[in-house]
Structures are given as structure tokens and as C-alpha cells.
Design a protein around this ligand. Sequence first.
Ligand code: 5CA
Length: 193
Amino acid sequence: MTTGFERFRAAAEELRVPVEPVRYPAGTRTAAEAAAAVGCDVGQIVKSLVFATPTKLVLALTSGANQVDTDCLGELTGEEVSLADPETVRAATGFAIGGTPPFGHLNPLPVWIDENLLDYDTVWAAAGTPDSCFPIDPTQLIAATGATPADFVQRQEREHTGRWLVENMPSGLNLELPDRSEPDRPVPFLGGN
Ligand code: 5CA
């Protein structure tokens, strides 16, 4: 029996998408595991998530740093969406959850891609098994999948404090952090809430 790894490689070849999948014995089942194995930012990991609407399935390629906002994805698809169950994912894509690649599926699905993935030169996606990934330029990933870039992820909670602002300033600004023993205070000029 062929493995998901071999089936993905064959499918990519058929689609003429050059890929170089790598196996990681430590496992890449989750985005966090994949990022640790590859040695990259978790935001660079592509989660290939299948969602079901009442009439169809869609694929949401989502940064490992983000969670899908199903209301946003529902607006994009025009119907309510929910995460597909594991049997549906396998039947539609030919691959199991944890190893589902972004393309090379049995039945190609409409694809949306989290625009945050475009911030990176290289992203890493599952290569058909929960112990493999392959690197790809996100623009090539869009070409290979026909994905539409969009914003469908949950907003990150932001701490509106002086410390958050200072820690996230471009380093060139050379601001000094306040003494860590001082409590953080809201920044008045933001009109803090
Ligand atoms: N190999 C990794 C990194 S590429 C991977 O495939 N990650 S993933 O995010 O695309 O696949 C795991 C995802 O499958 C989880 O984030 C979760 O959204 C989904 N999942 C896990 N268990 C279930 C389940 N029982 N039913 C539906 N979806 C599930």
C-alpha cells in the first residue's frame, strides 16, 4: 500500500508543482510540532483545514499562528461553515487529518488562503503524512491551489499597554523599556479603552 507521502509526491508531480518533502521522525502532526521539527516560526506553518458548508466543502489554508474565524469564512463562502469531520476530510482529499496537504487531493476544493502567510518568503505545509512537510513560496502555493487570499482569522488579543507598544516597536527606534517592576499603564494618547 502506498503511503500518503508517496501519494502526495506523485500528485504534486502530476500537477507539475516542484516539491521537496522532508520527513521528520519527531512528528509534524500539529502546527507547533511542525514548527519545532522544521525550526521555523509557527506562523510559517500552513494548516490545510477542510470546512463543510450545507452544500460543499472548502479548504482554508491557515497560518499556524492563527485560528479560523468561522463567521468570516462563512461570509466569504456565502454559507455557514464548520470544521469537517475526519472521515469527510479523508474521503474528500485522500489524506488523513494531521497530514492533509494543501493540494494533490482526490477532489480539488475551492481554496482560501490566510493572507498572513504571504508575509513570509517560505511557508511549510504537510506532505501527506503527520511526519512530513515541504517548503514552498506562498505565491507558488497560490498558483498551485488557485487559492484566494483573504482575512478570515480571529483577531489576536492585543494588550494596549506601554510595554506592548515598546516591545513591538521597530528596533531602530531605540526606545528603552521601563523598569520591569513597574506596572504597565494604558497609553493615554491611544485614547486607551
Ligand atoms: N501536519 C500539521 C502541520 S502542516 C497539520 O496537518 N496541521 S493541521 O492543522 O492542518 O491539521 C490538524 C488540524 O486538524 C487541527 O488544527 C484541527 O483543526 C483539525 N482536527 C484535528 N482533529 C480533528 C477532528 N477530530 N475533527 C476535525 N478536525 C480535526
